[in-house]
Each structure stands twice: as structure tokens, then as C-alpha cells.
Design a protein around this ligand. Structure first.
Ligand code: GAL
Length: 639
């Protein structure tokens, strides 16, 4: 990626002109510009104001809002409003609602009340997107477009509706071509589940006990493809009217659809970063950790998603929504430590973000998110985030040239594995995101900068170390790339242990060319149980018994193989705790001459080309290698 200076990095904000009297808009726009914001996202929930009655459009307010923002020197990101169909839409399409796994329709009254498989609603979305494209596609004030809002939010990818059933049957008929082929792939001889025709197949919910995992996995695949198709309807239309970048705003710890596939139809990936909400809501760390970082967020969670979405956007990515103060939706909603909004923003830039937009401009005194902070209070006085954003805007002008070239270390992240292990965890604690994130945390503890890659990335050339924990199905393409790769690979646990049809492959896993080992059996471990390792630390959650005739690199406490290796390809026979993982990864780095650090929990480092950034996620002042960092401190210097 080309070197970029601070002048090419932008700040922005999410704004809802339809929430405020028109007299406020110009003043708002002037203050945004004065703060140093350049981009304003609007429109993504405004369908009922754009088309108050079916076929009757009111463009006046939106034209004026865009003109007002443009006149203040701001550029606009237009959001397509398809995450919030107006109430009249249900009159036209009563069966468009998503249906939960218990067969209950999810009612109108909040948002995302649609099923991705409903063709009538898809058609309505095409219609509104076409209108928006026609109206604003050539506007000089529009800099980019956002499709919908947070696909999958509020558990909306899987829907067990009649539309989904119809779509799934067609999808299966197309995929397998005959009931015999489907029966064979799914292993339907088991429990007499053989089908004679595709219209005999139901959705895999409300079964007496767990459904066939192959049936479930195909339904997850089908559902993910509906998200891709839904998004593509919008991108195909928008591209007829605009050459500006098309973006979607993804979320944290969300794996229900294949983000790489959606990203292929877009120009930039973005995500919505709520560090304090995520710590309370999506982190599995203990209470002590949550209390320690309650005002700062988990030191690795944001970085993981920055690196993931950099890949989803093929190098181009933004933070579309940055937490500005307390949110309203986590079990507890503390306020950020002073300085954290600035730190989160800088951390995104250090990982290569082009733009960071804050959510939202002014706190709304009404409706569902009235307790969610903004950059302004409901009375339009400044909230703390405003000053921190202004500070970043000033500092950006001084940012040296930074670049986000290839890291030495790559970590594979695969959505199908997340679905597969969700469907067949074989132990309550086997969660794919958790496994990959454990590896990521250990790498960050060692001060490393990391690329997250897709299993379809077979151009592995420049990496020195590639990790692929839990990668369920090793494709032939990836196996070939692995065989040609000159660096170090660490696979396992569970890598290569299922076929694409969710069966145990023969020869038995991991079946990595050249590697002399076979997984004899696996076991999942209850919380507190562990398999100690001879060199320290232990396997937790998961352990495998390996058959091998080569000399293991590491042993368990009972002298069984824990790691085996051939030609720099290593297989790990369990889920190491952080102590073991840090040691194992450090050894691999040493062998590959990748230099590491030994960072305390609260200090994190990121290299961006010639510049090294330091972040203090601690609530107290800290120093590391002679660098003093105040609480929430950020430091950068040339390497
Ligand atoms: C995001 C969403 C926004 C807003 C925000 C509140 O998930 O995209 O519309 O709801 O959360 O934190």
C-alpha cells in the first residue's frame, strides 16, 4: 500500500438531520468543520422521511441537509436506509419479517425487521437505492456510500421464514443436483434421514434433538449467501450512478456471514468500534479484567478488528462508528477514561484506517438510544469526545508518513470454521473466534504487528510465520500453497479436521503434506481442567492425542506429543493457555528471526511502516523502554 500522510486521514461523524429542526443544521455543520471533521454520514435510517408513503418521495429535507453540510466544506456519506423499512412496508409485505429459530416472527418496533431471503423486500430495497442513486449519484458533496447498516446486527442473518425455506430448497437443488448426491454428502443414511426430493427438506430448526451438522452448515452457507446477494443488489445499482467508494459498516465479533464475500463487492470495509460496550458485552475475560479496563476497553479487541477489516476491504478500511462516550446497550455502560477517544482514534490510524467517524453528533433526547452519548450533549453543549476529536484533527496535520505494508506474521481467520465449530463444538468452550483471538492476544503481547488473512489467500510469499488454528477444512489450494511456502506454519488444534461436507476426512486429520502425524482422538476439557505441558503452561478447553513416529518438539506433562514438526510446519495438539502460547509463538519468532517484545498487559505497539506507535490502555501512567505514557497515552516515533 502506498505511503500516506496524516493529510489523507479523515475524521467524520454520524449525523441525523431528520432528528433536528432545520435551523440547527447550519450551526451543526459549522461546528463539525471547526472541530476538524471532514465527513458526515447521513440517511441510513431515514426511509420513513424519504418515502413517507409508498411511491411518494420527500427529497426537500435531504437535499437541503446535503447542501448545508456541503456549504460548510463537509463531504457526505449517504447511507441506504434499508435496515429500517417503514411501517407501511409491512402492509405491502406482511411476510417480510425475519423468523427466529422457534418459528416466531420478529415484530416491527425497532430495526432490522426483515428477512434477507424475502424477494419482495429485496425488490423494495432495489427501488429505494435506485432513487437515491439517481438523486445523489453525481452530487459534488457526496464522497462515499454505505449500504444498509450492520448486516447481521441483532441476530438477523439466520431467519427460519417461508421465504428462507423456499430459497434454501432451491439452493440445495442447485448445489447437489439430485437427492442422492445430497444424501451422500450429508450422510443421511444415518437415522433414516434420506430424502427423495429437495422439497421434502426443511430448515434445521425445531428438530427433536440436534439436526445433522451438514444440514445446518449448508443452511449457514445459504444464509450467508443471501447477505452477499442482498448487498450486491445495492452495489450493482449504485455503480450505475456513482464512481464513489461503496462501503458497509461491519461489527465486532460477528461471524454469521462471510465478510470477505460481502467485501468483494465493495471498495472499502468499515466497522463500528465500541470498545467499552464490547468489553462488557462480548468479552469472555473475568470480572477483574473487565473492571481494570472498564474505561479503556480490551487492549486487543479493537486491533483485532482493525486487522481483520483491513483484509476484508483488501487494504482499504475505515471506522464508520467510533464510541464517543457511554453507550446504552451493554450490561454496564461506563464513561471512557479522558483521552481514550483520542487513543482509539489513533490506534485505528496506526492500523491503516483512512477515516474514523464518531457515532453520533448530538445525543438524542428521545427514543431507543437516548442514553447513548454523542459528541454534543442533548442541549448542544460539547461532550468530552468533541475536544478529543479536535485534538486528533490538529495532531493529524503533524503525522509523519506512515504505511501499512505486509506484516511478518499472518493469522488466518475463516468464517466457515466459525460456523462449523459453532454447529459442532464438541465441548461448550470451543468457540472459533475465541481460539483465534487467543492467538492474536499472545502475538500482541509479543509486540508484533499482524495481518489477518482469509484461507483463500494462497499468495503467502512474504510472510515469515503463518498461524491457522482451528481452520476446519484445508482446501487443496491452501495445501499446495503451504507446501511451497518457505516460512514457518503453525496449524492445529482441529485444523483440517472436517471436509467441506462436514465429515471426518480420510486419511485422518490433519493430513498436512509431509507432516508425520495423525490425530488419534480428541477431547474437550471442562473449565478448570487442563493438560499440563512439560515446558510450562497447559492445554485448556481442548486436547488431541497424536500418533507420530517423529520426535515431538514439545511434550505434555505425561510425555505425549504436544507439538510435532516437519520442514518448519508445526502441528499443535491442543488449545494452549496464554503462558504456553506466548512461549510457543516466541520460539517460532526466534527461529524466523522476527524480533519480539515482552509487553505488559496494558501497553500495545503497532508498526506502520517507518513509524512505531505505543498505546497505554492502562488507567495509570506507564513507561516502557524509556517511553513515558500517561494514562490513555499515545506515543509515536520513527524506527
Ligand atoms: C451501532 C449501530 C448504530 C447505533 C450504535 C449505538 O451498532 O450501527 O446505529 O445503534 O450501534 O452504539
Amino acid at each position: 500500500m502506498a505511503e500516506t500522510s496524516g493529510r489523507n486521514r479523515n475524521l467524520g461523524v454520524c449525523y441525523y438531520p431528520e432528528h433536528w429542526p432545520r435551523q440547527m443544521w447550519a450551526k451543526d455543520a459549522a461546528l463539525m468543520a471547526k472541530t476538524g471533521l471532514r465527513l458526515v454520514r447521513i440517511g441510513e435510517f431515514a426511509w420513513s422521511r424519504i418515502e413517507p408513503e409508498p411511491g411518494e418521495f420527500d427529497w426537500g429535507w435531504m437535499d437541503e441537509a446535503i447542501e448545508t453540510l456541503g456549504a460548510a466544506g463537509l463531504k457526505v456519506i449517504v447511507g441506504t436506509p434499508t435496515a429500517t423499512p417503514p411501517r407501511w412496508m409491512l402492509g405491502k409485505h406482511p411476510d417480510m419479517l425475519g423468523v427466529d429459530a422457534m418459528g416466531r416472527a420478529r415484530k416491527f418496533g425497532s430495526r432490522r425487521h426483515y428477512c434477507f431471503s424475502h424477494m419482495g423486500y429485496r425488490h423494495e430495497c432495489a427501488r429505494i437505492v435506485q432513487k437515491l442513486g439517481e438523486r445523489y449519484g453525481k452530487s459534488p458533496h457526496v464522497a462515499a456510500w454505505q449500504t444498509d447498516n450492520e448486516y447481521g446486527c441483532h441476530d438477523t442473518v439466520l431467519s427460519y421464514s417461508r421465504s428462507a425455506l423456499r430459497g434454501f430448497r432451491d439452493w440445495l437443488a442447485h448445489k447437489y443436483q439430485s437427492p442422492e448426491a445430497l444424501n451422500e454428502a450429508w450422510g443421511n443414511v444415518f437415522w433414516s434421514m434420506e430424502y427423495g426430493a429437495s422439497d421434502e427438506i426443511d430448515l434445521p430448526n425445531m428438530t427433536v434433538t440436534k439436526a445433522n451438522p451438514a444440514h445446518e452448515l449448508d443452511f449457514w452457507r445459504y444464509s450467508s449467501e443471501q447477505v452477499v446477494a442482498f448487498n450486491r443488489v445495492q452495489t450493482d445499482i449504485l455503480r450505475q450512478f456513482t464512481g464513489k467508494p461503496l462501503i458497509h459498516n461491519y461489527m465486532g465479533r460477528t461471524v454469521e456471514f462471510d465478510h470477505y464475500a460481502v467485501g468483494d463487492d465493495l471498495d472499502i470495509a468499515s466497522w463500528d468500534s465500541y470498545p467499552l460496550g464490547f468489553l462488557e458485552d462480548r468479552s469472555e475475560r473475568d470480572d477483574e479484567w473487565k473492571q481494570r479496563f472498564m474505561r479503556q476497553g480490551d487492549p486487543d479487541f479493537q486491533a483485532f478488528h482493525h486487522d481483520l477489516y483491513r483484509r476484508v476491504g483488501a487494504g482499504r478500511w475505515w471506522v464508520m462508528e467510533q464510541q464517543p462516550g457511554p453507550v446504552n446497550w451493554a450490561p454496564f455502560n461506563p464513561a471512557p477514561l479522558p483521552g481514550m477517544v483520542r487513543l482509539w482514534t489513533w490506534e485505528a490510524f496506526a492500523h491503516g484506517a483512512e477515516t474514523v467517524c464518531y457515532f453520533r453528533w448530538r445525543q438524542a433526547p428521545f427514543a431507543q438510544e437516548q442514553m447513548h452519548a454523542g459528541m454534543l450533549r442533548p442541549d448542544s453543549e460539547a461532550a468530552p469526545a468533541l475536544g478529543e476529536a479536535a485534538q486528533v484533527a490538529r495532531e493529524l496535520a503533524e503525522l509523519p508518513e506512515i504505511a501499512c505494508g505486509r506484516a511478518d506474521v499472518a493469522l488466518v481467520f475463516d468464517y466457515q470454521s466459525a460456523w462449523g465449530w459453532h454447529i459442532l463444538p464438541q465441548g461448550e468452550s470451543f468457540d472459533y473466534f475465541r481460539l483465534v483471538f487467543d492467538f492474536y492476544r499472545a502475538l500482541r503481547r509479543l509486540g508484533l504487528s499482524i495481518d489477518i488473512i482469509s484461507p483463500n489467500d494462497t499468495n503467502l510469499g512474504d510472510y515469515k510465520l503463518i498461524l491457522m488454528p482451528g481452520l476446519m477444512d484445508l482446501s487443496d489450494g491452501l495445501k499446495t500453497a503451504m507446501a511451497a511456502f518457505g516460512g514457518t506454519i503453525l496449524a492445529g488444534p482441529r485444523t483440517g479436521s472436517k471436509t467441506g461436507a462436514m465429515q471426518i476426512p480420510l486419511p485422518l486429520p490433519p493430513d498436512i503434506p509431509g507432516l508425520d502425524c495423525t490425530v488419534e482422538h480428541v477431547e474437550s476439557l471442562r473449565p478448570g481442567a487442563e493438560v499440563p505441558l512439560a515446558d510450562g503452561g497447559a492445554f485448556i478447553h481442548w486436547a488431541e492425542s497424536l500418533q507420530t513416529s517423529s520426535k515431538p518438539v514439545e511434550l505434555t506433562g505425561e510425555a505425549k506429543p504436544a507439538i510435532v514438526e516437519k520442514n518448519k510446519t508445526f502441528y499443535l495438539a491442543g488449545w494452549p493457555d496464554q503462558k504456553a502460547l506466548t512461549r510457543i509463538l516466541k520460539n517460532l519468532c526466534t527461529q524466523e528471526k522476527i524480533s519480539t517484545l515482552d509487553l505488559p498487559d496494558h501497553i500495545r505497539v503497532r508498526d506502520s511502516g517507518p513509524v512505531r506507535f505505543f498505546f497505554n490502555y492502562g488507567a495509570k501512567a506507564a513507561s516502557f523502554e524509556g517511553i513515558d505514557l500517561p494514562p490513555a497515552g499515545v506515543h509515536w516515533h520513527r524506527l
